[in-house]
Design a protein around this ligand. Structure first.
Ligand SMILES: Nc1ncnc2c1ncn2[C@@H]1O[C@H](COP(=O)(O)OP(=O)(O)OP(=O)(O)O)[C@@H](O)[C@H]1O
Ligand SMILES: [Mg+2]
Length: 366
């Protein structure tokens, strides 16, 4: 096992600068997840760590060793790709042991390593089967097995679960996390599924256009996103944004939306916000159903109601702003009806509309 240090790394393809000054510290044994929209540079960064792409500038270290010039096969890394094509004419055991055979390990040693990996992955009874005789999830585990037998210092995963159906993804992500708990191999995992990121990561790196927007543990990103991009990327359904400004009436500062609705805000944020245009952000789960006349409630006109069983997703218009609320209770309202929603001011964020940066409440710890 080893740490991975990515220091001021750049990647330039011809005239396109796709990775721009990225620095990420991946501690030994940790599970770091890279997320970001399509094309932001996640795979490119992984491929640079693996040695499949040259590093245009900056340094990548594995342990104490700078690996910029080290050949891929000497980096002691195992990578699992989205398209992990197994060899169809080889059994599970042969697929898993193939890289060891290429590296001329002894038959006994290969057999032992394959057996151990199969045990970890719950594949012991499938070693003599061919890939076509396996389910999608089992094939995915064979691909993992190929990586595990090599006993690498670092695992790199590039969207390894994206070919699986929703239920299997949930199961495999729990298994992967459990395997990481046992092997404790330093892992860098790419996904654009933010739920996967939230549930698996010790640390999440949110990227956009080749730049790291924020790096931190999942709940810090969720509770204190640095800007609107991170706030919008983490959390599902997404955070609601409402444009407006802070207005003071009778001594109390409130957020006044463009359509004239007054939303309560934490006075510690309002104090910092000043008179510039701001965007109010509130997550769907931070609305509660209220009755008319309670303080801090807002009238909302229902657009759709979606009961999921455990909770109810309500899309509604507050003034001219369309929001989504996730409510714990069942809601009988129909489209067009008026309900009252209470946003929790302690959970709301304010962002500077122009810079999109989150306004830190006075006194908030960094
Ligand atoms: N060989 C290449 N030559 C030129 N541009 C490339 C090359 N490989 C990737 N790019 C560009 O680099 C950017 C980052 O690509 P990359 O594959 O790293 O994105 P990604 O974050 O993995 O996206 P996705 O989620 O779709 O897999 C993209 O704009 C892509 O078009
Ligand atoms: Mg990719």
């Amino acid at each position: 096992m080893s740490s991975v240090e990515i220091e001021n790394v750049h990647k330039i393809f011809g005239t396109t600068h796709v990775i721009r000054d990225v620095s990420i510290d991946v501690p030994d044994g940790s599970f770091v997840v890279l997320v970001g929209p399509s094309g932001c540079g996640k795979s490119t960064l992984l491929r640079m760590i693996a040695g499949l792409e040259e590093i245009s500038a900056g340094e990548i270290k594995i342990g104490a060793r700078v690996i910029n010039e080290v050949q891929p096969k000497h980096r002691n890394i195992a990578m699992v790709f989205q398209n992990y094509a197994l060899y169809p004419h080889m059994t599970v055991a042969e697929n898993m042991g193939f890289s060891l055979r290429l590296a001329r390990h002894s038959k006994d040693e290969i057999a032992t390593k394959v057996r151990d990996a199969a045990q970890i992955l719950g594949l012991s009874n499938y070693l003599e089967r061919f890939p076509r005789e396996l389910s999608g999830g089992q094939r995915q585990r064979v691909a993992m097995g190929r990586a595990i037998v090599r006993d690498p210092e670092v695992f790199l995963f590039d969207e390894p679960l994206s070919n699986l159906d929703a239920k299997l993804r949930v199961q495999m992500r729990a298994e992967l996390k459990e395997i990481h708990g046992r092997l404790k191999t330093t892992t860098i995992y790419v996904t654009h599924d933010q739920i996967e990121a939230m549930t698996m990561a010790d640390k999440i790196v949110v990227m956009r256009d080749g730049v790291v927007e924020q790096l931190g543990d999942p709940l810090t990103l969720y509770d204190r996103p640095v800007n609107m991009f991170v706030a919008g990327f983490i959390g599902s359904p997404s955070i609601n944004f409402v444009g407006g400004r802070i207005a003071r009436t009778d001594g109390a500062a409130k957020f006044l939306s463009h359509s004239g609705v007054r939303w309560q805000v934490d006075p510690r944020v309002a104090e910092v916000a000043g008179g510039t245009p701001v965007t109010y952000g509130i997550r769907p789960e931070h609305f509660a159903l209220a009755t008319d006349g309670e303080s801090g409630t807002l009238p909302a006109v229902v657009v759709t109601v979606e009961p999921t069983g455990a909770e109810t997703h309500v899309v509604a218009d507050i003034g001219e702003d369309r929001i989504t609320a996730v409510l714990r209770e069942r809601v009988s309202a129909r489209p067009g009806e008026k309900i009252h929603l209470r946003p929790d001011p302690a959970q709301a964020h304010l962002f500077e509309s122009e810079s999109t940066l989150r306004i830190q409440p006075s006194g908030e710890a960094h």
